[in-house]
Write a protein that binds this ligand. Structure first.
Ligand code: SF4
Ligand code: SF4
Length: 370
């Protein structure tokens, strides 16, 4: 099972779509629909022996350092890795990349998949996340590589509502050296940011850009290279294997979040909502409550999509017209990939690429459905 462990709620950046929007929206009505509990401390404060006993009961545990910004708690990362060193444990991390230089290489090199938040080129990343952010990430990546890091670095982009150019910005990241990229659309997560005309335009442009990027992805396959563009990879893998999926981030069925006080939540961003608590680290992993996204049951692409995001589906912050627009982009993505499938199968048959190129580890961070 995959566990995001929330090391701190604090962050050292103030990004437009996270800090700025949360500062503008103090009341979204969720307090009337869900039961909140804000008693957990800001920084992780759990008994590591209990964490160890909990993880020992899992046959294939994966721990994902998460925040806020997890590297603000670098000493806690070191403490956890030292304490759990005898467990057969895989480590992942989701970070803004600003402090990667602070974790000693013997620890960093054991975190074999790291998602780094950046949104494309320097101009786009700095405008969303703050001046100097992009250069600092690139400096840190150079240092990591010099220090022998050979894990997977995944650029994790947020596609803001005023910047739908996924194709251009993904290409910028590929040119900057990333083979692994994931993106998520900043839509449906805040009550006040829905404007029908604006979102319709955004979705139209996102769909156009997605189609263009799928064409580029296939062109690169013809040269023998399957880029790990996670939203494409996840869906094509399922189509090739004819597999059905539950929500693709894993929330509530295969992935959970360990909160700063040791409760276990279905998803890291719902860690303060009692309705999504599935147990504690004193329980056994196989006894954790499962929560499913039944809001999507009547959708004709449910088995391929899985439901995008449990928070978005359950919180229902946007009107139905808004949610339908979100689903329009998902259905476009699925339909374009279904159309590309015969060509991909031909490339596999000709042995230019292999079906194995589409295998990936599920639930460690990329949510797949943007
Ligand atoms: S497309 Fe929309 S309604 Fe259909 S499964 Fe995905 S999120 Fe649910
Ligand atoms: S996609 Fe939604 S439900 Fe899944 S982990 Fe992210 S915020 Fe949570």
């Amino acid at each position: 099972m995959h566990y995001h462990i929330i090391l701190t709620e604090k962050c050292n950046l103030q990004c437009r779509y996270c800090y700025e929007k949360s500062m503008q929206e103090f009341e979204n009505g969720l307090e009337k629909r869900f039961k909140f509990d804000f008693s957990a401390p800001c920084d992780l404060d759990i008994d590591l022996e209990k964490l160890k006993k909990f993880l020992e009961k899992d046959s294939n545990p994966v721990l994902i350092f998460y925040g806020g910004e997890p590297l603000l708690q670098k000493n806690k990362i070191i403490e956890i890795m030292d304490y759990l060193k005898n467990l057969n444990l895989k480590y992942r991390m989701q970070t803004n990349g600003q402090l990667l230089n602070l974790l000693p290489k013997e620890y960093l090199n054991k975190i074999t998949k790291i998602l780094i938040s950046l949104d494309g080129d320097k101009e786009r990343t700095d405008s969303n996340r703050g001046k100097g952010t992009y250069d600092k990430i690139m400096q840190n990546i150079s240092l990591m590589k010099k220090n022998g890091y050979n894990g997977e670095l995944i650029a994790r982009m947020t596609i803001a509502q005023d910047c739908p150019d996924i194709y251009e910005q993904v290409l910028n990241l590929i040119n900057a050296g990333f083979d692994s990229i994931h993106w998520q659309l900043d839509i449906g997560f805040y009550k006040e940011d829905f404007n029908k005309e604006k979102i319709t335009n955004f979705i139209n442009k996102v769909n156009e850009s997605t189609s263009k990027l799928i064409k580029y992805w296939i062109e690169r396959m013809k040269e023998g290279k399957v880029l790990k563009l996670y939203p494409f990879l996840g869906i094509i893998e399922s189509l090739l294997k004819k597999e059905k999926t539950l929500i693709r981030c894993g929330a509530g069925h295969s992935g959970y979040a360990i909160t700063t006080n040791g409760k276990i939540s279905a998803c890291p961003i719902m860690n303060n909502i009692e309705d999504f608590v599935c147990g504690t680290i004193e329980d056994s992993p196989n006894k954790l409550k499962k929560i499913l996204v039944n809001e999507c049951d009547s959708c004709d692409v449910k088995d391929i999509c899985g439901g995008r995001c449990m928070y978005w589906r359950k919180a229902k912050l946007w009107p139905k017209t808004g949610d339908k627009l979100v689903c329009r982009s998902i259905k476009h993505l699925i339909s374009e990939l279904q159309s590309a499938l015969p060509e991909i199968k031909k490339l596999i048959d000709k042995k230019i690429i292999s079906q194995k190129d589409f295998d990936y580890e599920k639930y460690f961070g990329p949510e797949i459905i943007p």
